[in-house]
Design a protein around this ligand. Structure first.
Ligand SMILES: CC(C)(COP(=O)(O)OP(=O)(O)OC[C@H]1O[C@@H](n2cnc3c(N)ncnc32)[C@H](O)[C@@H]1OP(=O)(O)O)[C@@H](O)C(=O)NCCC(=O)NCCS
Length: 173
């Protein structure tokens, strides 16, 4: 497995990984897949967009399902938390894997690189927002050092039910 910066050719596979969760899961509160242009904007932003692939290098892949050389297993990204200036040293992170790439250390590998980048950037606090229940995400965030700091009750409604979100926080510096 390789973790590297995403490039333009990875974006359809990244989008496919995310869109599967938009349509079938509750980890994201998007209910309509964002267009490819939204991913291009994220790639062009100053924030990090990393992919894990199952090959030595090279971009792209076949729709995010893993399996062939160089295909995208999943991605991790950082964004600003809120636009007001006093939040500037805080980032929000997220990670999404293709269904058949889960449970074998890919999420951990992506976060190890991403959190190292954010530490190098001088980021002070990293936040993750986890829609509950999500035992895999809870375990991953705790495994890399986050602690759960609070729950917002019933702030999402998707697939016919109300959903709580938990905030996880990690102090880097
Ligand atoms: C959440 C997700 C990113 C986790 O990534 P992953 O590659 O499956 O996790 P890893 O294999 O790196 O495991 C990391 C830790 O979590 C634990 N873990 C993984 N899946 C688990 C599960 N289903 N239940 C309990 N613990 C689990 C592992 O044992 C490991 O703990 P350890 O380091 O103490 O041994 C992945 O399952 C996923 O993409 N889920 C769908 C999208 C999603 O929920 N994203 C998170 C949005 S907040």
């Amino acid at each position: 497995m390789v973790v590297r910066d995403a490039v333009e050719a990875d974006l359809p596979a990244v989008k496919a990984v995310y869109d599967a969760e938009v349509r079938g899961g509750t980890a994201t509160f998007d209910t309509t897949p964002p267009p490819l242009s939204a991913w291009r904007e994220r790639l062009a932003s100053p924030h990090h967009l990393l992919v894990a692939t199952d090959g030595a290098d090279g971009a792209g892949g076949s729709g995010g399902s893993g399996g062939s050389d160089g295909s995208v297993l999943g991605y991790a990204s950082s964004t600003g938390y809120r636009p007001r200036a006093a939040y500037d040293a805080t980032r929000e992170v997220s990670v999404y894997l293709a269904a058949d790439a889960r449970g074998r250390g890919v999420g951990r590998a992506l976060y190890d690189v991403l959190l190292g980048r954010l530490r190098d950037d001088g980021v002070h606090t990293v936040l993750a927002v986890v829609a509950l229940p999500n035992p895999a995400s809870d375990a991953l965030h705790r495994a890399v050092g986050f602690e759960e700091v609070g729950v917002l009750p019933e702030v999402g409604h998707k697939h016919g039910r109300w959903i709580d979100t938990a905030f996880y926080a990690l102090r880097l510096t």
